[in-house]
Write a protein that binds this ligand. Sequence first.
Ligand SMILES: CC(=O)N[C@H]1[C@@H](OP(=O)(O)OP(=O)(O)OC[C@H]2O[C@@H](n3ccc(=O)[nH]c3=O)[C@H](O)[C@@H]2O)O[C@H](CO)[C@H](O)[C@@H]1O
Ligand SMILES: [Mn+2]
Length: 383
Amino acid sequence: MTSCYYVNQWERETYICANISLWDEKRTCLCCLWHLRRGGRVRDPGQHVKISASLFTALLLSIMLPEESWCLTRSQFHHYTFIHQNIDKANYSKRLLNNFSFCVFLGLPNSRKDVVTVTPWLAPVVWEGTFDTNILDAIYKPQNITVATTVFAVGKYVQFLKDYLESAEQYFMLGYRVHYYIFTDQPEAVPTVTLGADRRITILKIPGSDRWQEITLRRMEMIMNLIETQLVNKADYIFCLDVDTKFYGHWGAETLSHLVAAIHYLFYTASRDQFTYERRPESQAYIPYGEGDYYYGGAMIGGLVREVYKVTKTCHLWLNMDKANSIEALWQEESHLNKYFLYNKPTKLLSPEYLWCDPFQSNDVKIIRYSHVWKDVSKVRPN
Ligand SMILES: CC(=O)N[C@H]1[C@@H](OP(=O)(O)OP(=O)(O)OC[C@H]2O[C@@H](n3ccc(=O)[nH]c3=O)[C@H](O)[C@@H]2O)O[C@H](CO)[C@H](O)[C@@H]1O
Ligand SMILES: [Mn+2]
């Protein structure tokens, strides 16, 4: 057993990281090790603080930790996530809630051996088989949270709304308070969908556009404004989603975290130099070859409202800077999001189960939860 423990103030999150064997030998926090291995510098080494042995031992014992790498994220918001299979559920969460104001995320290297379930910075990657809905619901439901979602349906994309909404009513955050915000140039075309208890829709009228790139780009600014004017203190979490999509399976509390990104279905096995990042240094979205963690899809951004606010504000700023320099990133705001997530690591990643595309198939993806429907772009896009 290790006798070495640090609280690592790294990126804006606080992690407690431990890997029993690595720590015994090297006395180095895993996050830093990862940076060192990649030729980078250790960030803020002065901020590594030892926590008390008794707290650490209590944590280890209380969660019956397997001797593997794991990570805890401290939360000022007092929410707790625990993902593990072999524990006495009720007893566990009670003990944890009583003893620690920690939000525990366990990337479970053992639960799925065929896919990557934890990132190099020790954020979990959510796959089927890595979480327990009963535990998560027991933790989140009493907190009475509100989950906002935004979706844009401009021009011919209003045709996707019906399936999007009806399927979300079947699978998305069931049992939680959900507030859909629909941005559209045709409020009258929003279909009437029967909503479950505690779920509602707000329609926001926005101008149309004759460039699809413009529509997708403008989302950042509009979501930022929505958060500023309507969501602060009204919603806890937010998911910003594409409309040309459908839910096919459970999407629940396992997706909640500070900052959540989804791995793009085309790139989850690709190497970083194959990622379609923006490669022109003139753009604010520029990521050089040799850098990058994952390629994230632009069709899903999630997390605490205040975290997503920062994403949209930063991307909006970068988009404006690019515009002033007459450059548009290769994949519009998706390119900027990828840049943002490179320097502000998501605290949770959703596997491609949560951002799939209908015609594709994969052995790793045991269940498709949310997917792009096939669209003939020449028929639905204005240009
Ligand atoms: C899987 C995935 O991550 N998809 C991303 C990808 O292509 P996509 O092909 O998925 O982009 P898209 O055509 O679906 O456009 C993104 C979204 O903008 C809205 N819209 C777009 C056009 C229009 O005429 N009306 C309208 O309402 C709509 O909500 C749509 O879902 O790249 C885009 C930017 O280049 C976005 O980052 C998408 O999220
Ligand atoms: Mn789309």
